[in-house]
Design a protein. Structure first.
Lengths: 166, 166
DNA sequence: TACGACACGTGAGAC
DNA sequence: TGTCTCACGTGTCGT
């Protein structure tokens, strides 16, 4: 049976908590134990699960629109996002060959700027005012690229990436 | 490679284990089954697992670069691919700005043809300077609740919830 | 109360 | 032989 739970299982604002690495005393058992049948794993399996969760958790910041915090939803959003990027890529290529053949310099550029709202049109309210406030993060955060924020039902995910470590 | 196991698997005979078949036997008893403790799931859980696997399986075709067939590797490849697209997007934006300013017409176009282009994402802002530390959000963000943060490799996700909607 | 999402331990198969 | 990956059933937690 499933051994006592690892820890308090505090939900991380929703689901998918990061690691849950420690778990129980796991090999609190002394040294080595008789391997018995094929059950030597236990720790390796736990490690594998953790790796997969970390990957899944790392997938979330790179996808700008996160509908829910589910594991399945994260993957779904990633799929949608990639397909969306492919669509844009196609349009850009079309614009480029048009630009190359014709003249239309400014038009293409203007069109690119206009495409941003078209993309993010879903049913999303503007939250520009929210992140308009500049926070004074005590400087020293150079090359910082903030945001990709999405507002779900009641949650906002703000992810910021920087070159160095914070 | 061994992703497609016996996944369909509606019959319960396959999963019958010598050690603990009692719960399954209870469930196989069709009609309405005895609720028992908290073990009502079994089928819902199996359904959830299948959904998550389907998503993960659907993620694979949209990512052009597949190193391995692992679950973890699929997600990893997706992450790398998205980041790669982001990088290309950044270059394209830079090229377009340069193209708009005047010089390098043909050169930029040629350069764009080389790479698989993508386009701007929806929300992405740079913080050039940080001043005006005071938050100027006129909207009342009252009852703002918690900020759970997580630090991964190089990313930090801060999610905060509030009662109202902004 | 029941439902949904999750981590866990474990047997099985592939290399 | 051992190691890796997987699906499964189950207990737990939060809504």
């Amino acid at each position: 049976m499933p051994l006592p739970r690892a820890e308090g299982h505090i939900s991380y604002g929703g689901a998918l908590r990061p690691g849950e690495g420690d778990a129980i005393a796991q090999y609190v058992q002394q040294g080595k134990r008789i391997p018995r049948r094929g059950e030597v794993d236990l720790s390796a399996e736990r490690n594998r699960r953790k790796k997969l969760n970390d990957r899944l958790f790392a997938l979330r910041p790179v996808v700008p629109k996160i509908s829910k915090m589910d594991k399945a939803s994260i993957i779904k959003d990633a799929i949608d996002y990639i397909q969306e990027l492919h669509e844009q890529e196609r349009r850009i290529q079309a614009d480029l060959i048009q630009l190359e053949s014709g003249k239309l310099k400014k038009n293409a550029v203007f069109d690119l700027d206009q495409e941003i709202p078209t993309l993010s049109r879903l049913k999303k309210k503007r939250i520009d005012h929210s992140y308009d406030s500049r926070r004074s993060t005590t400087s020293s955060i150079e090359d910082l690229e903030l945001s990709v924020s999405y507002i779900g039902e009641k949650t906002v995910v703000v992810s910021l990436t920087c070159s160095k470590r914070t």
